[in-house]
Design a protein around this ligand. Structure first.
Ligand code: ATP
Length: 292
């Protein structure tokens, strides 16, 4: 991967959009003191995810935005885009499909920075990881700033380890290991929470099991009660049906008796009438017989 272009707009002294083209081989920037040479290197570190304003010679990240001069007003936005040539297809897998990888960092006054890679919004971490995988980055020993050569020569062997690790191309792995450790810790604390929740759910399960047992016993007993009541009502119904049939028979017999008695009464009335009809001549005879 080759750095091919750095585009600055509103960054520190680069108020107008400026393309800084980096050709293969050695590229030098020559200019008088205070013309903005270090600002260029800072723009490079800034777009790589530098998050210390102090290391960028500012008191806050808003100091990266053009602050204005006696003749020009200040800006509210600064943007730096670094273009990488990926013809050799050596970019990390996530970005290896495109021939050109463009990393952009944009800052708005009092709103903080946004990052994007090839137009897609990404986290600062993704940009830092991309450069760590390319053995580069804002704090990488590959970026040798003023006074750093002497410091490296005089550094203790342990301090040179970072340089050697980067030369070996494993600094991306280190930063991934750190991220993996953080994720592992988060997963562990999640696991603890899950164990707690499982404990709580277990208690609930026991109580629900108890309730389910009670409900099933209630259902069985209610079923038995319903069956017994049905038998009881059936028996009552049969007994009442029998009583009704008996009463109907008794009614029929009584009706028959009433008819018999009514017949007897009418026969008696007839006999009485006949006897009453026979009575006057008999009385006549009796009177005549008495007179005689
Ligand atoms: P030297 O050779 O002395 O190290 P240099 O060429 O590296 O200088 P820089 O230090 O990169 O120059 O640039 C400093 C210039 O950038 C100063 O003139 C300063 O006024 C200007 N500058 C820094 N921050 C801002 C800002 N936020 N807005 C406008 N100008 C700024």
């Amino acid at each position: 991967m080759q750095f091919t272009k750095l585009r600055l707009s509103g960054f520190k002294s680069f108020v107008e959009p400026t393309d800084f083209v980096i050709h293969p081989g050695l590229t030098g920037v020559v200019g008088p003191n205070g013309c903005g040479k270090s600002n260029l290197v800072e723009a490079l570190r800034w777009v790589m995810g530098e998050n210390s304003a102090k290391r960028m010679r500012g008191s806050g990240m808003d100091d990266m935005i053009f602050a204005g001069t006696a003749t020009r007003p200040a800006r509210n936005i600064a943007e730096v885009t670094l273009t990488l040539d990926n013809k050799t297809r050596t970019a990390p897998a996530a970005f290896n499909e495109q021939e050109v990888v463009e990393i952009t960092r944009k800052i708005e006054r009092e709103k903080g920075s946004d990052y994007s890679i090839n137009g897609n919004d990404v986290r600062m971490r993704d940009v830092q990881l991309l450069f760590a995988d390319l053995a580069s980055g804002a704090n990488s020993p590959a970026m040798v700033s003023q006074g750093r050569v002497g410091a490296l020569i005089n550094a203790k062997p342990t301090d040179r380890r970072m340089l050697l690790e980067e030369a070996a191309g494993i600094s991306g792995l280190h930063s991934r290991r750190h991220e993996a450790e953080l994720r592992l810790k988060a997963a562990e604390s999640n696991l603890e929470r899950v164990v707690d929740v499982i404990g709580q759910l277990d208690n609930q399960l026991q109580s629900l099991k108890r309730q389910a047992r009670q409900a099933s016993r209630y259902r069985n007993i209610a079923g038995q009660i319903r069956k017994t009541e049905a038998i009881l009502y059936h028996l009552k119904h049969a007994a009442l049906k029998q009583a009704l049939a008996d009463a109907e028979h008794a009614l029929e017999a009584a009706d028959r008796q009433v008819a018999d008695r009514t017949l007897q009464v009418s026969e008696a009335h007839e006999a009485e009438r006949i006897a009453a009809e026979a009575l006057p001549p008999l009385r006549q005879h009796e009177a005549e017989a008495g007179a005689r």
